[in-house]
Write a protein that binds this ligand. Structure first.
Ligand code: NIG
Ligand code: FE
Length: 408
């Protein structure tokens, strides 16, 4: 061999997720990587040479299950403070919308986020991202949306990048300026949308914006306002995503599809026509069972329509202080199975293959040659256990680009 590989994992049970269905298991599997990319994923007996002559760094997985690194494609992990008080209020009967309309909700997190220095925000947010990583996440999407002015949105996006650098994981940052109306723009939502669009080019020029998102909802922004934000993103060639149809059917999924957006997220109230539009546009439906669970929602996303139309379904934590203080993507997978009746395999595919697509990434999500060597070794007896256990310490090691960042 001219080139030796950087590393080789042997004696692994690979969950490759190659193909459109099934775990794609390879027993007695081997995984080779070079320059951070997978160069071999197959049966040990198909290795081109004896392991010792292929790579210096050889790891014996001792029969452990190995999956692609998990991808959390929708989070708000960067924020100041918490909203445990609102949790208590909701348990007393107040609704999420009531609380938002009376000056709490997102805007209360905006106050705490604005008050925090960049370093303070980093320190407050880091443990949440670390918890996600330690439970198997190797790519983390993080949204802004609690700054709601140029400097504070920028601060959030910078902190998001710093956090992932510090943890050794990959980051995607999403600009969510259109998350809520800040108090200084009360009664002037259209003026605020002008400002959100005006701030975008500078944030993008600084390399802080991989995608643009908005909250299209009765307590968020109208379809017309969302459309203006999307037009500003498209003018710069930035892909769009949407908090769509979470509390009511605002036609969000169809609006997103009209822009060939990456994903419509939440989608509890999405109609059959909305599901068809997503399919047509090649967009992903991102299921967020943590928010569904915490808000004690009863309206299920149109799962049958998504399946019938073949809309890819991703699963994410939506980790945020209001609707989903959820710090484990595996737990989100479990909730997706229990509440939305996904199979454990669909949930894993939703947190890998389809999550990558929801971020517009083609280079990760499966254990196949040519993908990034991001993978997790698990202490489990079968893949369904990833969604079966509610919590628990199942990670044996997390590798990013082949390099171990958690565990042995
Ligand atoms: O995804 N729905 C809008 N945004 C978040 C909640 C944010 C918050 O309440 O702080 C969500 O559920
Ligand atoms: Fe969200």
């Amino acid at each position: 061999m001219d080139t030796r590989w950087d590393g080789l994992l042997v004696n692994a049970r690979l969950v490759t997720l190659a193909g459109d269905a099934g775990y794609g298991v390879i027993e007695d599997g081997a995984l080779g990587w070079h320059d951070g990319m997978i160069v071999f994923a197959g049966h040990r007996t198909d290795l081109p040479a004896p392991p010792a002559s292929l790579a210096d760094e050889r790891v014996d997985a001792q029969g452990e299950w190995v999956t692609p690194g998990l991808i959390d494609c929708h989070t708000h992990v960067v924020f100041g403070g918490d909203r445990a008080g609102e949790f208590e209020q909701r348990l007393q009967g107040a609704s999420y919308e009531d609380i938002a309309r009376s000056g709490g909700g997102i805007v209360s997190t905006v106050r705490a986020t604005r008050a925090a220095s960049e370093d303070d925000l980093f320190a407050q947010s880091l443990p949440r991202a670390r918890a996600l990583r330690d439970d198997g996440v190797t790519t983390l999407e993080i949204k802004s949306g609690y700054g709601l002015d140029f400097d504070n949105e920028r601060k959030m996006l910078r902190v998001a990048r710093r956090i992932c650098d510090a943890l050794g994981i990959r980051v995607r940052t999403t600009y969510l300026g259109a998350h809520a109306l800040p108090p200084e723009f009360a009664g002037r939502a259209d003026d605020y949308i002008d400002a959100v669009c005006r701030w975008l080019p500078a944030l993008h020029a600084e390399g802080l914006v991989d995608a643009v998102d908005a909250f299209c909802e009765r307590i968020g922004f109208t379809a017309a306002q969302t459309q203006r934000v999307f037009e500003a993103a498209c003018a710069l060639g930035i892909p769009v995503k949407l908090h769509a149809d979470q509390l009511s059917d605002g036609g969000g999924a169809a609006l997103l599809a009209g822009f060939a957006g990456l994903s419509a997220d939440h989608v509890e109230y999405t109609s059959e026509a909305g599901a068809a539009a997503l399919k047509q546009a090649g967009s992903v439906a991102v299921l967020l069972p943590g928010a569904f669970h915490v808000l004690r929602e009863t309206k299920l996303p149109p799962l049958d329509a998504f399946r019938a139309h073949g809309v890819p379904m991703a699963v994410a934590t939506d980790c945020n202080p209001g609707t989903s203080p959820l710090q484990s993507l595996r737990l989100a997978m479990s909730l997706a199975c229990t509440h939305f009746r996904l199979t454990p395999e669909e949930a894993l595919r939703g947190a890998t293959v389809h999550a990558a697509r929801a971020l517009g990434l083609k280079d990760r999500g499966r254990l196949v040659v040519g993908q990034r060597a991001d993978f997790v070794r698990w202490r489990i007896d079968q893949p369904a256990q990833l969604a079966y256990w509610l919590g628990g310490d199942l990670v044996s090691a997390v590798h990013v680009g082949g390099r171990v960042i958690v565990g042995a």
